[in-house]
Ligand binder design. Sequence first.
Ligand code: SF4
Length: 333
Amino acid sequence: MAVKHKTIPIFVPHWGCPCDCLFCDQKKITGLREEMTPERAALIIEEGISRKQPGDVLEIGFFGGSFTGIPAPKQEALLSLAHKAKLAGKVDGIRLSTRPDYINETVLKRLLSFGVTTVELGAQSMDDDVLAFNRRGHSAEQTKRAAQAIRESGIGLGLQMMIGLPGDSFEKAMMTAEEFAKLSPDCVRIYPTLVIRDTGLDELYKNGQYTPLSVEEAVWQCSRLYRFYTERNIEVIRMGLLDMKTEDLVAGPFHPAFGELVLSEVCYNSICMKMASITSDKVSVRVHPRFVSVLCGQKRRNIIRLQEEFGLHKIDIIQDESVPDMEFILNGI
Ligand code: SF4
């Protein structure tokens, strides 16, 4: 039976955050207008558990703020709910996101005592100028120290990065990825910067001082980063936000299927590389049925590009369940 990783998300928007980062408004990003309480969290957990299917690996995740910056009694009230569910065998893990400067020995001891299995650090960039300009209030060095401390504690490590921040560039994003890889994370998330209404970034954008990435540029950058991480066996667990209310989004590369666009670009580049060994102008591509749409791209964009780029007259897509996810077998016919 195929294992499915699922998370019961509990959003604590802006809780524990010491400042407003230039680009952030967690209430708008998470779409949560009501405050989280232990009572609401208990209901969300119960409902999430009731939907568990055989074969699911289920985690409870606290996202949307700086969890370890929340006053300890409030943290413990939420963590104890998750811990209880984990001890009862109803969930398999507990994850949370926080800031790099909010990790220390006391914090990690608390998290371990409540059975936390993964901590995700909102690192965003490993370039100190980018961090300062975006009012992050921490340095790249603090991210390194926090990541090492998490690793040493035995808790899983996740790292989150953003692309397209003011002052950022593709070169700086790749440098961030290289620095991340040295910290041996179990997983990463990549978020393209969006301009959210009434944030500092919105002001810069309206004054003409910030230009967001286009969807195409963001997809291109993410496809390079995705390849970089996967070649090093670092799992990319998310690219782009899942949902965003139109009224809160001012500008930026939001696309509801952003992750799929990136995977399509990755597939396109892989096929292009393999085309070097093909002499025929007719090819067949074997792919798992689940990945046909990723391989072909939205509106068959990849197929059209391949026909144009290599003068192909025929591309047969053959569905084959034996081909692993994100792989394909290309042959001339
Ligand atoms: S980016 Fe993170 S630390 Fe900054 S305000 Fe948003 S949730 Fe808080």
